[in-house]
Design a protein around this ligand. Structure first.
Ligand code: NAD
Ligand code: UD1
Length: 337
């Protein structure tokens, strides 16, 4: 049985489907601080079976103990965490407590119950401002905000746990920019308030919830001056977790892997691809650079293929079509209209 912390969220809900398709049984543990249980009802509809869900906080040791007592958990996929960069600058203590303390409590309970297989959601943010692209796993690490630091610290903590007890098997998955949605249009990304990330902002502009997209800077050293990122379809990303689980008992190390496509697209290329996929206009205006942004960030994904036999399959058009299907069928996300 796999414990999926944060499994009601964007990437977690898609991973539940990938786990089901690969024949893994799982239980979701989520405090619903940034998700709605509706996502899990929709997952149940897609996989056509009930799923086990426990509402709880990873900082609550007793709640975790009772999950480990009730279910025979042999591996954990650990998505639970707060992820908004700007908010992390305003509320650093909340981020350090939720993400770092939460992970410590989770690992303590795993250790107590002899469960030593962990797949952790890290981020390309740990590369800071990369000196060159494509980015390889052995590039120098840094962080420019509390959110990024939580990912860096958690990576270090997990490495220390492994040094102290090499019977742990740990996979650190460094995601690039997850976008897209399940083909059914039933689940997708449902940000609270005004989206920070590009794809949900574009999708909400296309559906006319927003008047126009602000393009943050057009004077970077890139193909058209706008920022370049490695957008990866969330269904490909979800499958990466299945591959990690399939290998985990033989890993015997802290395996650190980029999950990206290896291709970078600029903001304006994304706008055009989305307009093509949706048949809608995405009006935009050039705005000043956003502080903390880098010009280019895309992965060298070859190590993921070498170690996990995983590579991204879905291209930019499919990412945009699937984001659009989710957005147009659910203009208000999971909220009941
Ligand atoms: P999300 O917010 O949709 O999902 C996170 C889930 O964790 C939510 O359902 C939330 O309710 C839950 N959660 C938060 N704190 C919790 C706690 N203390 N106890 C129990 N549940 C808790 O985010 P996502 O996009 O699905 O991201 C999943 C993970 O991947 C996060 O750790 C995030 O930092 C990481 N990540 C995301 C991205 C991205 O762009 N989406 C990129 C890199 C890494
Ligand atoms: C952001 C986070 C990063 C996190 C990642 C994935 C910041 C500084 N960084 O990175 O820590 O890991 O999301 O969740 O927030 N853009 C616009 N207009 C918008 C939104 C974005 O032009 O309204 C541009 C950005 O300048 C960037 C690109 O679109 O060039 C992608 O932005 P975004 O989706 O926020 O991802 P990242 O910048 O990679």
């Amino acid at each position: 049985m796999v414990l999926v912390t944060g499994g009601a969220g964007y990437i977690g809900s898609h991973t539940c489907i990938a786990l089901h398709e690969a024949g893994f049984d799982f239980v979701v543990f989520d405090n619903l601080s940034n998700a709605s249980q509706e996502s899990l009802f929709r997952v149940q509809k897609i996989i056509d079976r009930p799923i086990s869900f426990v509402q709880g906080d990873i900082r609550d040791k007793e709640a975790l103990r009772s999950v480990f007592t009730q279910y025979d958990i042999d591996a954990v996929i650990h998505f639970a965490g707060l992820k908004a960069v700007g908010e992390s600058v305003q509320q650093p203590l909340e981020y350090y407590d939720n993400n770092i303390n939460g992970t410590i409590v989770l690992c303590q309970v795993m250790q107590e119950f002899g469960c030593k297989n962990m797949v952790f959601s890290s981020s390309a943010t740990v590369y800071g401002d990369p000196h060159t692209t494509p980015i390889k796993e052995d590039f120098p690490l840094s962080a420019t905000n509390p959110y990024g630091r939580t990912k860096l610290f958690i990576e270090e903590i997990l490495r220390d746990i492994f040094v102290s007890d090499t019977s742990w098997n740990i996979v650190l998955l460094r995601y690039f920019n997850p976008v897209g949605a399940h083909k059914s249009g039933l689940i997708g990304e449902d940000p609270n308030g005004i989206p920070n990330n590009l794809m949900p902002f574009i999708a909400q502009t296309a559906v006319k919830k927003r008047d126009y997209l602000s393009v943050f800077g057009d004077d970077y050293d890139t193909v058209d001056g706008t920022g370049v990122r490695d957008y990866i379809h969330v269904v490909d990303l979800a499958f990466g977790h299945v591959k990690a689980l399939e290998k985990i008992s033989n890993i015997k190390e802290v395996l650190t892997v980029n999950l990206g496509t290896g291709k970078g697209y600029s903001v304006l290329e994304m706008v055009r691809a989305f307009e093509k996929a949706s048949g809608k206009d995405v009006p935009y205006q050039i705005a000043p650079r956003r502080s903390g942004d880098v010009a280019k960030c895309f992965a060298d994904p070859s190590y993921a293929f070498e170690t996990l036999g995983w590579s991204a399959q879905k291209g930019i058009q499919e990412m945009c079509e699937d984001s659009w299907r989710w957005q147009s069928q659910n203009p208000n996300g999971y909220a009941k209209d």
